[in-house]
Design a protein around this ligand. Structure first.
Ligand SMILES: [Zn+2]
Length: 417
């Protein structure tokens, strides 16, 4: 495994060198040929593809042999591999200190994610500053800054705690000056422990946001709140409905507003998972503890079942589905994709949700392998359309056309190769 990887690395260096030596290369273009290509937009898989990357973007995509590479280009043979766009995560939480956030973005990139939106718990300015930065070997980030909620003593004090319409509008105005990528609200009484945002409070948040050109995404728990939020003009949901199965009224309210996006963010499925695929990427002792904690949990299965059925029904009704993990463990994107398939979506649908649909939600110019898009892509050893867990079989990750140095990241995190 290790020697194959090293060989591949050496090979791509050799290819780049040979292009330079023979062609007086001034081009940074790379032509990738031979992979099965999942475009990410739901279209057919190209069986024997070619795509050209120049200056961090895809500039041509088609059948192998059909793309004329500029003089001085290098060439990478991807025969036997599958390529898909890098994952786009529309709901995660990144650390606020710069060194920690940098490390996390590298960790996300390692597992195939090209962009992450940090949804409402960012303290200070680092989250905003880092949006425009290219982190070496790291995913890109977006930020909702501080989200908005009712007072929740004992929980995070980062969000705005609002109790009046005036405070609601003032919070949104402050977020607008920071040019947040989304306004995040929480509508949840946390099992009866808090007063949650009422329509009299989240209504003005949504109204003020729309006046200022911002969109609002909601953490939601109950069916009734989801209906209220749809009536109030919400733009996206950062979670599925969790208290009960959705009804016809909800489906009708939602299909009347087809632009509203669902980020399902499924909970733990409550079944013992085999985590051996993480071996060698996190410290062995930690993995042993994680594996030991795996067991079947009937109560968890039941709450997973509610959200799984709701996702399946909304997906079948044609609701736009995007992708998020909520948590900060970067490998969970692969578990989330498996859980979405467990719920009844096809692997092809899940890949669209996790790439182009999420990128569209984040207004981020990636998420598909198409000319003009940022060249964020993953090279896989097997095709995830056949089995969604094949997204874990990562051979290489490229962000903005740059190969992520996964070997050195792995060494840093595990203390060994
Ligand atoms: Zn969250």
């Amino acid at each position: 495994m290790k020697s194959a990887k090293m060989l591949a690395g050496l090979l791509s260096v050799a290819l780049a060198v040979s292009a330079c030596a023979t062609g007086e290369s001034t081009s940074d273009a790379v032509l990738y040929e031979g992979a099965q290509l999942i475009i990410g937009d739901g279209g057919a898989v190209l069986d024997n593809s070619a795509f050209l990357v120049e200056d961090g973007r895809f500039t041509a995509v088609g059948a192998a042999g059909s793309i004329e590479a500029p003089e001085g280009s290098s060439h990478v043979d991807l025969a036997g591999k599958t390529v898909m766009p890098a994952i786009v995560n529309a709901h995660a939480h990144l650390a606020s200190p710069r060194p920690d956030r940098t490390e996390e973005l590298q960790h996300w990139a390692y597992y195939g994610t090209g962009a992450v939106m940090s949804l409402g718990l960012d303290d200070g300015n680092v989250g905003f500053e880092m949006r425009s930065e290219d982190i070496p070997n790291g995913a890109r980030s977006r930020s909702a800054g501080r989200g908005i909620t009712a007072p929740e003593e004992g929980r995070s004090e980062v969000p705005f705690w609002i109790t009046s319409e005036a405070e609601a509008r003032a919070a949104v105005q402050e977020l607008a000056t920071e040019e947040v990528d989304f306004v995040k609200i929480w509508v949840d009484d946390r099992g009866g422990r808090y007063e949650k945002l009422t329509p009299e409070l989240y209504g003005p948040v949504i109204d003020e946001a729309h006046k200022l050109g911002l969109r609002v995404t909601a953490h939601v728990f109950t069916l009734e709140d989801a209906k209220g939020l749809l009536r109030a003009g919400i733009d996206a949901f950062a979670h599925g409905i969790r208290d009960q199965d959705v009804d016809d009224e909800l489906v009708q309210l939602w299909t009347d507003r087809p632009e509203v996006v669902l980020v399902p963010n499924l909970p733990n499925p409550g079944v013992a998972l085999d985590l051996s695929w993480l071996s060698g990427t996190i410290p062995a002792e930690r993995l042993r503890e994680m594996q030991a904690a795996q067991q079947d949990r009937p109560a968890t299965q039941e709450s997973f079942g509610i959200q799984a059925r709701n996702l399946d029904r909304l997906n079948s009704a044609g609701i736009k589905i995007a992708f998020g993990t909520d948590g900060s463990s970067p490998w969970t994107s692969h578990q989330e994709m498996e859980d979405m398939v467990r719920s009844g979506m096809t692997p092809a649908e899940v890949i669209v949700a996790a790439t182009s649909a999420s990128a569209e939600l984040m207004e981020f110019n990636a998420g598909s392998v198409a000319a003009g898009k940022l060249a964020d892509f993953v090279v896989l050893d097997a095709n995830p359309i056949d089995d969604i867990t094949n997204t874990r079989r990562i051979s290489d990750v490229y962000i903005r056309g740059q190969r992520v140095e996964r070997e050195s990241l792995r060494e840093r995190w595990t203390g060994s190769e």
